[in-house]
Ligand binder design. Sequence first.
Ligand code: ATP
Length: 258
Amino acid sequence: MMLLSAPCATPRWYRLIWGATMKESTMLLEVKDLCTSYGRVQALRDVELSIDSGEIVAILGANGAGKTTLLNTVSGVLQPNRGTVVFSGRPIVGQRPWTICRMGLSHVPEGREIFPGLTVEANLRLIDFDGGGARFSINDVLDLFPRLAERYGQLAGGLSGGEQQMLAIGRGLMACPRLVLFDEPSLGLSPMLSKAVLGTIRKLKAHGIASLLVEQNMRAALGIADRGYVLRVGRITAQGSASELLNSADIQEAYLGV
Ligand code: ATP
């Protein structure tokens, strides 16, 4: 089309409205100046971060630092007061969580939020669309979590904590995501199951799927992450490679809540 093939001729109004999407971005997710509040409590302050395709990025911080708020704002569960979130070149602030999920951004929330009155199969079949990432069928999910195959016809409410976490992850994968947001995926799990869950996130990377990982176990998170950000009282105070952060004084402060 004329407008796109001859940028000089693009009207000013068009550039103003669509500037964010026209600008070439190589990052899968770009968050800028993000501020989110609960009434007078400002939980996120000018947060900036990015994730490349296939990267595992950890978000680290003490209780109340704003980690869950960040994931909920990116996935559309919460609306920010200010700032932009661009996923795959498209601004997504203001879109409904369901629409964002269809674009290839899955959220595995803290607490799992599976449907306890539905069977494992029905929970998995609730999501059946293609978010543009690696394709996952029900059989692929059952191959990844053989335990779910054994529980396939059972009500999800009767599953153990670890099985419910597998189901929540499996349901997220049914959307064929390009990015998955994980909120404390090993919370309440035994060390062995936690290791298995984090191992699954590493497997997703091998499929080209990126992960934004909030994890209580900082060492375990940085053990699988490529990079990380430290969030402290709603602000990003440090960022770097996993090994840089493991040796950072700031991260110790953030975890000690000093
Ligand atoms: P945790 O590790 O304990 O889950 P977090 O880093 O995920 O903590 P958030 O849950 O995002 O932190 O909370 C960030 C801030 O927002 C905290 O000060 C918290 O008290 C506040 N907050 C969170 N949810 C609400 C809410 N529904 N209403 C009011 N304030 C809230």
